[in-house]
Design a protein around this ligand. Sequence first.
Ligand code: ZN
Length: 442
Amino acid sequence: MGFGFLALPDAAGYVLEDATVPASLVAGHVPTQPRDGLVRADIIVRDGRVAAVGAPGAPRPEGLAAVPLDGSMVFPCFVDAHTHLDKGHIWPRASNPDGTFPGALAAVGADRERNWSADDVRARMTFALKAAHAYGTAAIRTHLDSIPAQIDISWPLFAEIREEWRGRIDLQASSLCGIDIAVEPGYLDRMAAVAKAAGGGLGCVTYMSPNLPGGLDAIFRTAIDAGLPLDFHVDETLDPTADSLRQIAEAAIRHRWSATGNGTIVVGHCCSLSMQADDVVQTTLDRIAEAGLAVVSLPMCNMYLQDRQAGRTPRRRGVTLLHEMKARGIAVMVASDNTRDPFYAYGDLDMLETYREATRILHFDHPVGDWPRAATATPAEACGFAGRGVIGAGLAADLVVFRGRSWTELLARPQSDRTVIRGGRAIDTTLPDYRDLDRLWS
Ligand SMILES: [Zn+2]
């Protein structure tokens, strides 16, 4: 058992005194003047909820225990908008032979056919969720490989696991298959029924297939008829001719998606945009903004897969154009993506790691501004996790307290001694032991 560096009182009410909080993550009035996106605040916690976020030393109700933070940073619990809980942690039996995208596709496909029983997927999903919970994530959207033979295994299992984890991690799922499978007769109707029954959404991988235009229309029609949200894997390549991102935005406009009430369309990766000519980029960004798409970058997975050639140093890193998007008012996010599977050999669903790597890879600094929203408030809004990703009066006291007091202290170290508060109480932050999974391949 371990509860991090901070000792919390055994009391229904207490004050986290002199916390350092990202100003962009305070819901409502920001109590002091931000410096580099940060403010000092006292956070009053009562009966599992945040009662107030006020200036340090502001008048407070009597009888509350004091917890001096001396500047320690406090985040709301993280929201991870793009993961693959069903693929996670298969690396010991299904590594990527050469670290490439085709190598990943082949290795995962073979492992799925051979090994993805309900028991196998459950063990790995549970392991991943334990880690995410211990790191301070409170909401996750996962994609589920939805090749026809896998649908009846993974989706009912997901619905069970979502119930088991209710109150610890809010879970959403989105279907995943290539656009060429999505257009097979009967597939979308079946998938929509399954996703609807499980409270999930529809998605697919889009790339330059002859089936793309017709497939997109079919997916949009199906999602609108069934009242389902959409989430796409888009142009995960450095080929500049890949422009399915623009085609998705145009389909959303053509189908009048914004009037459907089916939520925000999320598009992930969008790597080829980083390789396109400026006029092409500008047109696509115009369409994304008009369509109201939300974009999620998966920087760690991009760094691993993109521009990999044996014996040659990678030069083009594949992350999409988040700064340009954000400047236009497009919702932008970062998320974990794969964990210890052939698409990414590493990763553990620690959103602080994702944010730290995003800061380095995508330059979320100088100034930091409201970039912290990309791992918290924006994914909560885009995915529809109500009440998540911000700190404010009346919201659950679901907080992560770091020893670090500033951006440099926070991001220079992994913050392995963080304290995670859920419903006002510190939770056990012990990570699951990899040995727990050994039975799956011994
Ligand atoms: Zn993904």
